[in-house]
Design a protein around this ligand. Structure first.
Ligand code: FAD
Length: 404
């Protein structure tokens, strides 16, 4: 017997089933309601917290899987239930990635649990990089962090936009420029503790999809945080800035290291939506009768479903490969993390559109879930790096050239 296997182990299967059951019994039935309400589904997050799914312990346990698959499995199942609600449950993990990717062990121990709170007192985390004039081009951030040496405090000013849980989170992780001349190499990440004066929510956005997830501007006006809130610490930052000033290459920038580790997981979320739409339209095509026979008996419909399944499985292989590479510290030499997110996001959009086509008119109305899944899928070609930016990362990696 060879070593290569795609079989999930007992632990992985158990967690997959546990999250699937929650998605089936709690998340999916609530999807349409919270999509219409366009509000954070607090009761569902509470239920997830009560069973231990919304907790730092679960995230820590899932991330300790040596194969790197457990959290991806959870993401796929939750989004199979409903992506908007899933994003409300998973949104805090973006802040966790920011803290874990850049913070010291002490900072991780202090702040990660606060991104979740307890079942009796739910807390949220948010991760803010994007700004009105700095989306794909993260290097042009305008939010500034200035060090007040006398008080050992950092003072942050700026506006973040499109922030998941922005303004309603307890812990905000904010990426700011400490030395603008150094562009992205002059960035650093800061934890803004709960209740810090000067941080407030701006506009809350009304969205096309994932409407149960809160997305808003975050405004920072003279926000003062202790020196200990600089993730990684001042010594490390000073050393990194000195290297950058000398023109030497530095470790990946603050925001980029967060995105690298989270892209395959975002791909796994997109897969969940695609699989939901595929399964639903497969069953529908077997039952819907036109011209005296189930519509699936027409190759025009059956081949669509064959393509949908093939594309979903291909995307999952890319997602699992990237998760496995990440967990085993294999460098993404060809942009494998980006490949997985690119493929899964585009598959989710295509598969959900085909699902609408298979349901015909029923696919276009809100009584059936597929139109919502199509709206939800679209964000996966936009956030955490648009499809164009993923292609840019892959193209730069495979060519070694500075493609613009
Ligand atoms: C619902 C939602 C939730 C989000 N959550 C968060 C969050 O929690 N935290 C956070 O920091 N951000 C978040 N974002 C922001 C998201 O990551 C950005 O929207 C995304 O990076 C794109 O930036 P932009 O919207 O400014 O588009 P732009 O960067 O202005 O891009 C516009 C278009 O130009 C293309 N383009 C840009 N540059 C190039 C290039 N060099 N080559 C080819 N094409 C290019 C893009 O691909 C895109 O098609 C969220 C966004 C949304 C909509």
């Amino acid at each position: 017997m060879g070593d290569f296997s795609l079989d999930l182990n007992e632990d992985q299967l158990q967690i997959q089933k546990w999250v699937h059951d929650f998605a089936e019994e709690v998340v999916r039935p609530a999807g349409a309601e919270w999509d219409e309400r366009e509000e954070t589904p607090w009761p569902i997050i509470e239920e997830a917290a009560q069973i231990g799914l919304y907790s730092w312990e679960f995230v820590a346990n899932a991330f300790s899987d040596p194969q790197g698959l457990t959290f991806a499995l959870a993401c796929e199942e939750l989004c199979w239930g409903d992506a908007g609600i899933a994003m409300s449950i998973l949104g805090s993990t973006l802040a966790v990635s920011g803290i874990a990717g850049n913070g010291t062990p002490e900072q991780i121990a202090e702040w990660v649990p606060q991104c979740f709170g307890t079942p009796d007192k739910i807390q949220l985390g948010a991760f803010g990089v994007s700004e009105p004039d700095a989306g794909s081009d993260v290097s042009s951030l305008r939010t500034r962090a200035v060090y007040d040496e006398a008080k050992d405090e950092w003072v942050l000013n700026g506006t973040k936009t499109w922030i998941t849980n922005g303004g309603i989170a307890d812990v905000h992780v904010i990426v700011a420029s400490v030395e603008p001349e150094l562009k992205a190499r002059g960035h650093a990440s800061f934890v803004i503790p709960p209740g810090t004066p000067g941080l407030r929510q701006g506009q809350k956005f009304k969205k096309h999809g994932i409407r149960a997830s809160h997305t808003a501007e975050v405004i920072l006006e003279d926000v003062r945080v202790p020196g200990s809130c600089l993730l990684g610490g001042k010594e490390k930052l000073d050393a990194r800035l000195a290297k950058a000033r000398e023109g030497q290459s530095t470790r990946v920038q603050a925001a980029m290291s967060t995105f690298e580790s989270s892209r395959p997981l975002v791909g796994a979320q997109a897969l969940g939506i695609a699989r939901a739409a595929y399964e639903y339209s497969l069953e529908y095509a077997k039952e819907r009768v036109q011209f005296g026979r189930p519509i699936i008996e027409n190759q025009g419909i059956a081949f669509k479903l064959a393509d949908m399944k093939t594309e979903i499985d291909a995307a999952r292989l890319l997602v699992w490969r990237a998760c496995w590479m990440g967990a085993n510290k294999k460098p993404f030499l060809n942009g494998e993390g980006s490949m997985s997110k690119l493929k899964a996001g585009e598959v989710a959009v295509r598969v959900t559109e085909e699902a609408i086509q298979i349901l015909g008119g029923y696919g276009y109305v809100r009584e059936y879930p597929v139109e919502r899944w199509h709206r939800d899928a679209k964000i996966y070609t936009i956030f955490e790096g648009t499809s164009e930016i993923q292609r840019l990362v892959i193209a730069r990696n495979i060519s070694g050239m500075h493609i613009k």
